[in-house]
Design a protein around this ligand. Sequence first.
Ligand SMILES: NC(=O)c1ccc[n+]([C@@H]2O[C@H](COP(=O)([O-])OP(=O)(O)OC[C@H]3O[C@@H](n4cnc5c(N)ncnc54)[C@H](OP(=O)(O)O)[C@@H]3O)[C@@H](O)[C@H]2O)c1
Length: 262
Amino acid sequence: MTAHTRPLAIVTGASSGIGYELARCCAAQGFDVLIAADQPSIHAAAQDFRALGAAVEAIEADLATRDGVDKLYAATHGRPVEALLANAGHGLGHGFLDQDFDDVQHIIDTNITGTLYLIQKVGRDMRASGRGRILITGSVAGFMPGSFQAVYSGTKAFINSFSFALRNELQDTGVTVTCLMPGATETEFFARADMLDTKVGQEEKDDPAEVAKTGFEAMMQGEGDVVTGWKNKLQTTIANVTPAETLAERHRTIAEPGSGKP
Ligand SMILES: NC(=O)c1ccc[n+]([C@@H]2O[C@H](COP(=O)([O-])OP(=O)(O)OC[C@H]3O[C@@H](n4cnc5c(N)ncnc54)[C@H](OP(=O)(O)O)[C@@H]3O)[C@@H](O)[C@H]2O)c1
């Protein structure tokens, strides 16, 4: 990254799904991109974004760890970050008592701890320079207790809430915070969460390119939040006036192992 005529965006979880499409939006809309994911496939994604005219640096790092986040942050080499798209995250299906605690810890460390650590580092620089855009990928899952996906949904409730609070704290700083709250989207997510035998894992899902475009535009407009798709908007509106016990029971019907077609 030597030519600095374009602004720089960091996109985490850019090797697949929503993050890949977010990085593509950034590259197509004039950003250079610093992208990160845990697996070597991030380098193939980098090639795709270079083809769009962006300078691209790809970092392989486990963003559940402080070392991983430090490695990503160090790769900015002090260059100002115009946009941070904190998107890396993963899910975990099955009942809580049946989950491996290492997996539970890794979700919390990725979706919450690593995400916050990165946002704090980059956010401090943005506040000091009086400008910047932060997009955080939350989820409609954060609106309801997610039976058989309980830890994941809890992390997204945290992220949704955190995003609104941070946005308020930064309201006079020139830094905007936007929360992208997708519904079920066609990505690697459900396979990785071992939820392909569930109703939600099998149903028709939103297009990640559409979801990312909506999120990218909301970030550029400096909006506070965006729930993608009318079905998801309806779902969150209903969730806001429905007892938590009812929501948890409803989530069981779509996320319990075996709830999908055999
Ligand atoms: N798909 C949905 O239905 C849905 C709905 C609402 C919100 N979301 C959220 O959208 C975001 C993107 O997920 P997706 O649906 O696009 O799934 P995905 O296709 O599985 O993409 C997840 C991305 O995050 C990266 N990642 C996960 N854990 C990481 C870690 N510890 N360190 C570094 N990179 C990590 C993955 O890279 P590696 O392969 O290298 O690990 C991948 O690039 C997540 O925050 C997810 O919670 C998804």
